[in-house]
Design a binder for this molecule. Structure first.
Ligand code: SAM
Length: 286
């Protein structure tokens, strides 16, 4: 991709500072004109992996000094980079998508702002947002929580804690861990709508919605390849009859105390926990 108009040497130099730039998450057509313009005029690019960013720049017909900046970079690297930003325009990119979003850059931005460096963010692709817009799940309230913990207990706790947000939950996920996460969702938040968005913006893009149990069955049969955004819809706010709620409470009361049964049914249905607790106590008394 090239821009028509003045050549590099004719275009005015960029103001010094830090430019946070999103890069494509698959489809190279998703890099914006503004980002190509800034990349073509900057002094240097700070990136996670110089090979990955080198390929993108080559595709854009550009060549720039590349500085590695990733999770292993220390305070010294950051201080040197920020020093440079006082008189040079430095673009921060990650391997794919928006820097800082489950990617390096948070401390660099924080330190740059403290050092009075001008910081600008150039928007573009972000897998979480692309997945959410594609999923058909409610998007009036959503919580992005990065990757789920890999340990079972921590994952279970994270799901319960995030569910309190009463919003669509968005996680980044990998193929090998997907079925385990879906099983954990089925156990912790049963009955929710779940979406798996895979290979977004790429040739084999897919978005599949169902219960966690249905999706776990599917992906056990067809192990998923590629990159994944996993989303969980909020508890259904369908109007339930008292009899429906009673059925669920009776089921939960078989294995749990009234308070736990009420909490579980509240999570499943979105109904008020205190009202459910009072009803659970009544049912227990019968
Ligand atoms: N900063 C990036 C962003 O803005 O999306 C995310 C970086 S994070 C290290 C990488 C994770 O993002 C992947 O493991 C996957 O969960 C998700 N991801 C990135 N590209 C994706 C794609 N094309 N389709 C689905 N998920 C993707």
């Amino acid at each position: 991709m090239t821009l028509s108009g003045p050549t590099d040497t004719q275009r005015p130099a960029l103001e010094p500072g830090l430019y946070i730039a999103a890069t494509p998450i698959g489809n190279l057509g998703d890099v914006t004109h503004r980002i190509v313009d800034v990349l073509s005029r900057c002094d240097a690019v700070a990136c996670e992996d110089t090979r990955v960013t080198g390929k993108l720049l080559k595709h854009l017909g550009l060549s720039k000094p590349l500085w590695r900046y990733n999770d292993h970079s220390g305070e010294g690297d950051r201080t040197r980079l920020i020093q440079t930003m006082h008189d040079q325009a430095v673009v921060l990119v990650s391997d794919a998508g928006t820097p800082l979003i489950s990617d390096p850059g948070y401390r660099l931005v924080q330190d740059a702002r403290e050092a009075n460096v001008t910081v600008t963010s150039l928007p573009g692709a972000c897998a979480a947002v692309v997945g959410l817009t594609l999923s058909g799940l409610p998007n009036d309230r959503f919580l992005f929580a990065g990757f789920l913990p890999s340990k079972e207990k921590a994952r279970h706790e994270a799901l319960h804690k995030d569910a309190d947000a009463d919003a669509t939950l968005i996680y980044y996920e990998t193929g090998p861990r997907l079925v385990k996460s879906l099983n954990a969702i089925e156990a912790a938040l049963p009955g929710r709508d779940v979406s798996v968005a895979r290979e977004l913006t790429k040739l084999h893009e897919e978005c599949r919605t169902g219960t966690a149990a249905e999706l776990a069955d599917h992906y056990t049969q067809f192990p998923p390849k590629g990159e994944i955004v996993l989303m969980i819809g909020p508890a259904q706010t369908v109007t339930m009859t008292e009899a429906d709620a009673d059925d669920l409470l009776i089921e939960e009361l078989r294995d749990h105390k009234a308070s736990q049964a009420a909490a579980k049914v509240a999570k499943r249905t979105g109904l008020d926990r205190k009202v459910l607790y009072a009803r659970a106590m009544e049912l227990r008394g019968k």
